[in-house]
Design a binder for this molecule. Sequence first.
Ligand code: URA
Ligand code: ZN
Length: 369
Amino acid sequence: MTSKIVDVHTHVYPPQYVSILKKRTKVPYVRDTEPGKPSRLIILPGEDDPSSESTAKGRPIGSEYYDINKKIEFMNLHGIDISVISLANPWLDFLEPDEAGSIAIEVNDAINDMCDSYKGRLFAFGALPLSAPTTVIASEVERISKLKYTRGVIMGTGGLGKGLDDAELDPVYKALEETGMTIFLHPHYGLPKEVFGPRAAEYGHVLPLALGFPLETTIAISRMILSGVFDRFPKLSVLLAHSGGTLPFLAGRLESCILHDAHYSGPQAATSSRRKIWDILKTNILLDAVVYSELGIRAAVTASGADRVLFGTDHPFFPPLETNSEEEEKWLSVTTNYKAIQDAFGPEKEQAEAVLGGNAIRLLRLATD
Ligand code: URA
Ligand code: ZN
């Protein structure tokens, strides 16, 4: 059997979700512009800020965002056998508490049904109604864990409003741990816009996406570690978007700061039984390979192991800016990640194959035969 290629970082907005965004006038929303032009998707905080002259007001939303057939075409074009699809940001975070639970059911069922229409090629991460009471969230975890194709949940960094180190999230973490559902931790909120300075608009989305997103993820997972989430839930599994942001590079510094901080009052702060970040990286954390460089892949592999790094594309984000040919061309954002994996492993074919698909099949239970 030839080894399979699995994309664990690939998004979709089911039509039900797009119609929710179309009814909204505040971020996140979908806005129709001129006739004949595609609608625009405005999701990032501050993206429609009237005070900014930004060139970065949303992005065109074509059918590749909501039509599952387009996902399959994209997979075929890039040699991807299986995709683990997830709702894209900002998920269900903005919903009113009393509507979130029922919309989560609708959206998660729609995504699971998409998987059923291409049996064996699609699996899913569900989305959680995080504005609802934790009992509702935990019961949605339990419900989707029984769906045929759902293997985990995609989550942003906001939690219930206070971040992922909020002890109020414990019933949710408990349900995720007990059902063996992986958290796919993905950024959305970025960093405060002031850090990008008064000229930020000239740089489009580059700073928020290249740096704001990964730093947001790094801070969120660090807060989970510091607050002892992995001490309380030692079997919890978290897949970090964009190769963990900067966590592989900064894990040593985080560990050192803990050891030198007289005021750190986290779990077993002063004892040797505190779980070290290096241990958590190798037992609880999975890293996607969406990092676009050999150096980034090597850092991820060094931090978590070649058996815990998983190929991804971030489709349908980062399409080519323009294609000149009539024929469909491969996306630069995808070929860059393939090349990074190839360059990082060289002749170590087995490890490359594990990152490209074997790890996802094993860790997310995707085997169909
Ligand atoms: N931009 C987004 O808003 N989300 C992604 O997943 C990638 C880019
Ligand atoms: Zn993404």
